[in-house]
Ligand binder design. Structure first.
Ligand SMILES: *Cc1c(COP(=O)(O)O)cnc(C)c1O
Length: 373
């Protein structure tokens, strides 16, 4: 029987088997090669590139540094068009690189940047577009590429949520000039902290690998300003083991998602985003609470879930553009009136618990709490 008082958490990390991990640790101890493109690091780069069906992949120590290194590698300056409906790392990577983020509103049905609004935001200072595949939901990649080509802009996808997602018969990570992933503990596939950068050519990967190692070209030469973005052997080994279990975990998330959809579809005022692709990873399960139809406000439902030991998350709320740091920049694009769809979504959204350890019974309990008067 289900323990009704058990806390149901919004997420729970997928962990490799400790026994297997110990064997890998023993190997690392024996080799005494701890970081700097080690044995497991090389193996994980190869296996991930194969698994994700991408040509060139570089591992990173988190999912924020590959965004910053992408901006450096593509020589991005001035203004970059991006979305306010994301995790703060997206816009932070721009500001950290002395680039001005220009926020553009999202499509209310998908939560992704609205391609129709991108063109209006382009100025003579615009050098790139940085969209996010929110909740692993692919952006309108073809239209975004058309706009980029027409205006000679680079495209960097923050694909932190899009591990393994496929669209138009190929990995969604193949789109744009560069895509980046996060392997943070809360993501579907994790290396505790970690990330990756996906690019199209061997030359670009070589440059990225130099940039993530302080800019070293060889033992005695540094030609440009690099940084330390390296992933160590311990987390690379963890990542290799995790790959063995990821398909099963994603399959489980898919089953749970279907139970949610089936049991929430007839509740007035509870809406779902339009999330579809050839293959998804079911990272999150966002619902939208329409106060004009549902009997509780979003925050009241969030608190009611909490009272029932169900810990959901208002994600993404607030918008990046609403944080004090962004408000004080006085960017016209950060004005609420410029971002009505994103603002509304952030006021309505709750991400319900979603991870591989949940049971169908627990999902039903959550749906019952939502349905109840
Ligand atoms: C998780 C995440 C990142 C990167 O986060 P790290 O914690 O640095 O790995 C970037 N963008 C989005 C949208 C994210 O969700």
């Amino acid at each position: 029987m289900m323990d009704l008082n058990k806390k149901i958490l919004v997420t729970s990390p997928l962990l490799p088997s400790l026994e297997e991990f110990n064997l890998y640790l023993k190997d690392i101890w024996d080799r005494k090669w701890l970081t700097n493109n080690g044995y497991y690091h090389q193996q994980l780069e190869d296996e991930l590139a194969k698994y994700l069906n991408v040509p060139y992949l570089s591992l990173f120590t988190n999912g924020t540094l590959p965004l910053m290194v992408a901006l450096k590698a593509l020589d991005i300056k001035g203004e970059v068009i991006t979305t306010p409906y994301s995790f703060v790392a997206t816009a932070h990577s721009l500001c950290w690189s002395n680039i001005t983020p220009i926020f553009v509103d999202v499509d209310p049905k998908t939560g992704n940047i609205d391609p129709e609004k991108i063109e209006q935001a382009i100025t003579s200072n615009t050098t790139a577009i940085m969209p996010v595949h929110v909740y692993g939901n692919p952006c309108d990649v073809d239209v975004i590429q058309e706009i980029a080509d027409k205006h000679n802009l680079k495209v960097i996808y923050d694909a932190a949520h899009a591990f393994g997602v496929e669209e138009n018969g190929q990995s969604v990570l193949q789109y744009g000039d560069i895509s980046t992933l996060s392997f943070h503990a809360t993501k579907t596939y994790n290396t505790i902290e970690g990330g990756a950068l996906i690019c199209h050519t061997k030359e670009m990967k070589q440059r990225i690998d130099q940039l993530k190692n302080f800019g070293f070209v060889d033992e005695i030469s540094v030609d440009e300003l690099g940084i330390n973005g390296k992933l160590d052997e311990v987390r690379a080994a963890y990542g290799l083991l995790q790959l063995k279990h990821i398909d099963k975990a994603i399959e489980k998330r898919k089953e749970l998602t279907e139970i949610y959809i089936e049991n929430l579809k007839n509740i007035d005022g509870i809406d779902l985003l339009d999330i579809k692709a050839d293959k998804l990873n079911y990272s999150y399960f966002p619902i939208l609470v329409d106060e004009s139809k549902y009997h509780l406000s979003r925050d009241a439902l969030y608190n009611k879930l909490k009272e029932n030991n169900i810990f959901a998350r208002r994600y993404f709320y607030p918008l990046i553009s609403e944080y004090q740091f962004y408000q004080q920049l006085n960017l016209p694009s950060a004005d609420k009136n410029n971002l009505p769809n994103a603002y509304k979504l952030s006021q309505q959204v709750i991400c319900l618990p979603m991870h591989h350890e949940l049971s169908g019974e627990e999902i039903l309990k959550i749906c019952n709490v939502i349905e109840g008067e």
